[in-house]
Design a protein around this ligand. Structure first.
Ligand code: NAD
Length: 432
């Protein structure tokens, strides 16, 4: 099949490269000429494990191409994917659909023959109807079927998630789209991936319901962690004790500094707005949003308490700035709230992250170091904010020697309290 992927970001580039690897002919399109130029030079615009090799192999095989102009690829395509961003609209939390609708307007004039237009971006219920209306208004004769096909991949494990997903969800209103979508995902039949065909609105809602549920699960265990601290229980054992119940499941039960990233914060907010507009409020999710927002502030206070009640004039080493390991994505990362709160209270911050290069612009007040040990040097306290593998195996003797103080605040629970205390750290973690 011929695929035009419009938007070559975390989702578009991974999806495009994986579809090419399935054997389809894919053109990844982006209006960011710098991004397309780098891709044409073999340089990845994002950090995602395995992506460089996957892209290189498929470019070499002639199945994957890049373009800034959508015209030729859209005209030739069996399926045009919309994979542009849907950030929170400033002020009200609704999903900003301006990028999606701009693409709909653009492709209306370009499609040639029967074309399936697939929304991969996360979009509120009813967006597919609007995309269809935009295309029909601009070009009444356009022969398109507008489909919803939300993406569930996780950054850091995106390729495996795309190629071996738990399920694929496809929302259609035009039966002709079923064959095209089945053919696109046919290689997944090999591992018997369930492909769930639903109505378009249902498919759009499934994505938000999934993200809201996961955000709620994280927030639940975070509140349990606070309760554990108050009553002298261990949240990791609580998580294991409940997670072994098949009805609950052990995933997404790791207590931490609160969820962040490019999806959960904006998608929970957008669902709250959609539900309120529909007169059917989702109070659990409204509360999840509030509890999670408050948690970031509470984490800064926790660090200050662990450092003796004041960070004025103190140096804090920070390990990890991205919202999770194995990605360079810093959108809505907890670090962006916690670090400025510490600086506002007079702290000096030295931080290291293997891929969080954007911190240079997003956190200009901090000093970025070349490695983890440089961030520890002279620090009165050390904070672990993101659980990159390399922070799990630090030479703790060296860390202790380099530091000026002994407070270690592990907001990801990657170390064992007894071990760290035995080495002379004043160790604080979450819910233990
Ligand atoms: P992103 O910001 O990394 O990429 C979006 C890309 O679209 C950018 O490169 C931008 O230049 C390009 N773009 C915008 N308008 C364009 C246009 N008119 N023509 C061509 N290109 C255009 O975003 P992302 O993280 O890939 O997210 C895309 C969508 O996928 C969002 O709706 C998001 O919610 C959803 N999603 C993201 C993830 C994730 O882990 N990042 C997972 C599942 C779903």
């Amino acid at each position: 099949m011929r695929v035009a992927m419009i938007g070559t970001g975390y989702v578009g580039l991974v999806s495009g490269a994986c579809f090419a690897d399935f054997g389809h002919e894919v053109v990844c399109i982006d209006k960011d000429a710098g991004k397309i130029g780098r891709l044409e030079d073999g340089i990845m615009p994002i950090y995602e494990p395995g992506l460089d090799l996957l892209v290189a192999n498929n470019v070499k095989a002639g199945r994957l191409k890049f373009a800034t102009d959508a015209a030729a690829a859209v005209a030739a395509a069996d399926a045009v994917f919309i994979a542009v961003g849907t950030p929170s609209r400033r002020g009200d939390g609704h999903a900003d659909l301006s990028y999606v609708y701009a693409v709909a307007e653009e492709i209306a004039t370009l499609v040639d023959g029967f074309t399936v237009v697939v929304t991969k971006s996360t979009v509120p219920v009813g967006t597919g109807d609007e995309i269809e209306a935009i295309i029909k208004k601009i070009r009444p004769a356009a022969d398109v079927a507008v489909v919803s096909n939300p993406e569930f991949l996780r950054e850091g494990a995106a390729i495996n998630d795309f190629k071996r997903p738990d399920r694929v969800v496809v929302g259609i209103e035009d039966e002709r789209a079923r064959a095209v979508m089945s053919e696109l995902y046919r290689p997944l039949n090999l591992n018997e991936t369930p492909i769930l065909f639903t109505g378009r609105r249902t498919s759009e809602l499934i994505k938000y319901a999934a993200n809201a549920f996961l955000a709620m699960k994280i927030t639940f265990i975070n509140e349990m962690a606070d309760l554990c601290e108050a009553v002298g229980a261990d949240v990791q054992q609580v998580a294991r004790g409940i997670g072994l119940d098949g009805r609950i499941g052990s995933k997404f039960l790791h207590a931490g500094p609160g969820y962040g990233g490019s999806c959960f914060p904006k998608d929970t907010l957008a669902l709250v707005r959609t539900a309120a507009d529909a007169g059917s409020p989702v109070r659990l999710i409204e509360t999840t949003v509030q509890v999670n927002d408050a948690r970031k502030k509470a984490m800064a206070d926790k660090i200050v308490r662990a450092m003796g009640g004041s960070v004025e004039g103190k140096t804090i080493g920070v390990l990890g700035l991205t919202f999770k390991p194995n990605t360079d994505d810093m959108r809505d990362a907890p670090s962006l709230e916690i670090i400025p709160a510490l600086i506002a209270q007079g702290a000096k911050v030295r931080a290291f992250d293997p891929e969080g290069h954007e911190a240079r612009h997003l956190l200009p007040q901090i000093e970025l170091t070349e490695g983890p040990y440089e961030a520890c040097a002279g620090a009165d306290g050390l904070v672990i904010l993101t659980e990159w593998d390399q922070f799990r195996a630090l030479d703790l003797g060296r860390v202790k020697e380099l530091m000026n103080g002994s407070a270690l605040i592990d907001l990801r629970n990657i170390y064992r309290p007894a071990e760290l205390q035995g080495r002379g750290f004043r160790y604080t973690s979450v819910g233990r």
